[in-house]
Design a protein around this ligand. Structure first.
Ligand code: ATP
Length: 233
């Protein structure tokens, strides 16, 4: 579904991605593991089209998408849940969700909205409340729901469990498993490498803008280097 080859990206004169190659196959959960500043968010942002690509290519569904505008990528099936949720605080929960479907031209918006409310009942209860009044966990659900309103084939999740209490972290990882069961392909960035690799089909380890190891979730969980650097074992 997604094939990235030798991708380079920079902020001004500082290069932060140095020839990243990775692929995500249809139906997989793929996890990106790496320390702070390794370039994980930059990579997701490049896939979404909000971070320029300096070299290399990104293919999605067998088309080179490097020059597509972000909204075109959303319309073709790539949606991102950004780090820190980034909900529109003054707008209501429902308005945030409707914005997620803004590029759609079909008539299933209402039924999809009902589907999101069924998936996250707390959002239905808070439907008319400003998004800024939700708790961190509720805002994370809203950010995921907003992305799902675009009916993505590929969902990019940037640190969905960050700052959440353990019970909510568990819930978010449960949700990611449900998304896979619904046929959505997931590229997941997580500091919580243990839980993320446990639900991943495959993973990549990124260090200072380069992929240094790849393998199945299970292989990476038992890799000595991964264990000592990222799992604290
Ligand atoms: P974290 O886990 O802390 O979110 P990350 O792996 O997602 O880290 P990035 O946010 O992609 O890392 O950052 C990669 C590098 O690019 C870092 O050195 C960071 O300081 C730098 N960087 C990120 N955003 C910008 C920006 N807007 N301008 C300049 N440098 C940036």
């Amino acid at each position: 579904m997604l094939a990235i080859e030798k991708l380079a990206s920079r902020y001004g004169r500082i290069q932060v991605l140095h020839g990243i190659s990775l692929e995500v196959r249809t139906g997989e959960i793929v996890t990106l593991v790496g320390s702070n500043g390794a370039g994980k968010s930059t990579l997701l942002r490049a896939i979404s089209g909000i971070q320029p690509v300096a070299a290399g290519s990104i293919r999605f569904d067998d088309q080179v998408i490097d020059r597509w505008r972000p909204h075109q990528r959303v319309a073709r099936g790539i949606a991102q849940v950004p780090e820190g949720r980034q909900v529109f605080a003054p707008l209501t929960v429902e308005e945030n969700l409707r914005l997620g479907g803004i590029v759609r031209r079909d008539d299933a918006i209402e039924s999809d909205l009902d589907g999101i409310f069924a998936m996250f009942p707390v959002l239905a209860e808070r439907r008319r409340n400003a998004a800024g009044t939700l708790s961190g966990g509720q805002q994370q659900m809203l950010a995921i729901g907003r992305a799902l309103m675009a009916r993505p084939k590929l969902l990019l999740l940037d640190e969905p469990s960050m700052g959440l209490a353990p019970v909510l972290v568990e819930q978010i990882f449960g949700t990611i498993g449900d998304l896979k069961a619904r046929g959505i392909t997931v590229l997941l960035v997580e500091q919580n490498a243990n839980a993320a690799l446990a639900i991943a089909d495959r993973g990549y380890v990124i260090e200072t803008g380069r992929i240094v190891t790849t393998g199945t979730g299970k292989e990476l969980l038992s890799d000595e280097r991964v264990r000592s650097a990222y799992l604290g074992i």
